[in-house]
Write a protein that binds this ligand. Structure first.
Ligand SMILES: N[C@@H](CCC[C@H](N)C(=O)O)C(=O)O
Length: 291
């Protein structure tokens, strides 16, 4: 079998509030990581990740980011991963301000402290085609999500942050079981591309507790886009002010929804855990039908 172009390839193992991020810089190369390769990388404890951020050349930004979940599926947005990429590009005397692209649009990241970044995550999306939903809904903040054997505590919110989100507001987030309700809600028929699922408990107008079941990755210690979606949904319901602290199992993000242009600003830390290389004999499972 021919050697994989990823054999021995270097990576940064990082995290954003415990959300496990792998950064691989493929700029100047023409290899696009396949879903099978992403799964194989995630399955190795030395390169495990919730999300893999693969950097590619961009004519108008420092990099174009292809984002993979650990089940091999793609996403067009990852808040914690975007901060990690900004750190990776900005380290060793690189720029403090970085423009990055995804298939959902351009994002600007600004260093605001030691390994700490604010990312302009762009505007939230409420049109059913942009989230996307399977069909038009009368009110994206009044989504009924009862499941067989489970009654939702009230209507949920559906919105997009470049990726789909379902936000369920609950009186006590600890009493909701991510492991059983998460997978079912991720595949709710209203979401043709599946969805990230948030259980949010509003403590105060500027303070929200959040746990997230991520599309394609399951429960993670933090999800930046879910924090953005939750803050916006709470603000639209009149439950929170324009800036709020979101507490996730891995720590705190600050989310502001700017009135002047409707963009969402996410601020939080990054951490480098180790630098590594894929094995020299790296190989992914073959594509179906390929011997
Ligand atoms: N952890 C991320 C979101 C990653 C993508 C998500 N699971 C999806 O499939 O949309 C974040 O920090 O935003």
């Amino acid at each position: 079998m021919a050697a994989s172009p990823l054999a021995g390839f270097p990576f940064l193992k990082m995290n954003g509030l415990g959300n496990e991020i792998l950064v691989m810089d493929l700029r100047g190369r023409d290899h696009i990581i396949t879903p099978a390769e992403a799964r194989a990388i995630a399955a190795d404890p030395r390169s495990r990740f919730d999300q893999l951020m693969a950097l590619h050349d961009s004519p108008s930004a420092a990099a174009f980011m292809r984002i993979y979940n650990n089940d091999g599926s793609a996403s067009a947005a990852c808040g914690n991963g975007t901060r990690c990429v900004a750190w990776a590009i900005g380290r060793d005397g690189g720029p403090d301000r970085v423009r990055l692209e995804t298939s959902a649009g351009a994002l600007e990241a600004q260093r605001v402290g030691e390994a700490r970044y604010t990312v302009d995550m762009g505007p939230p999306r409420f049109d059913w085609r942009d989230i996307p939903l399977a069909h038009a809904v009368a009110d994206p903040d009044a989504i009924a999500v009862d499941l067989p054997g489970w009654t939702a505590p009230g209507p949920a919110s559906a919105l997009g942050m470049g990726n789909p989100h379902l936000v369920c507001f609950v009186p006590d987030q600890q009493s909701y079981d991510l492991a059983s309700q998460g997978p079912a809600l991720e595949r709710h028929p209203l979401f043709p591309q599946r969805t990230n699922v948030s259980f949010a408990q509003v403590l105060d107008r500027d303070h929200i507790l959040l746990r997230v079941w991520e599309r394609g990755a399951g429960p993670t210690l933090a999800c930046g886009t879910a924090a953005c979606a939750t803050a916006v949904a709470a603000m639209r319901r009149g439950l929170a002010d324009r800036e709020a602290a979101i507490d996730l199992p891995g720590g705190q993000l600050t989310i502001a929804w700017r009135e002047t242009d409707g963009h969402v600003l996410m601020t939080g830390p990054t951490e480098l855990e180790w630098e590594g290389r894929l094995p020299d004999d790296f190989a992914a499972e073959p594509a179906p039908g390929v011997a």
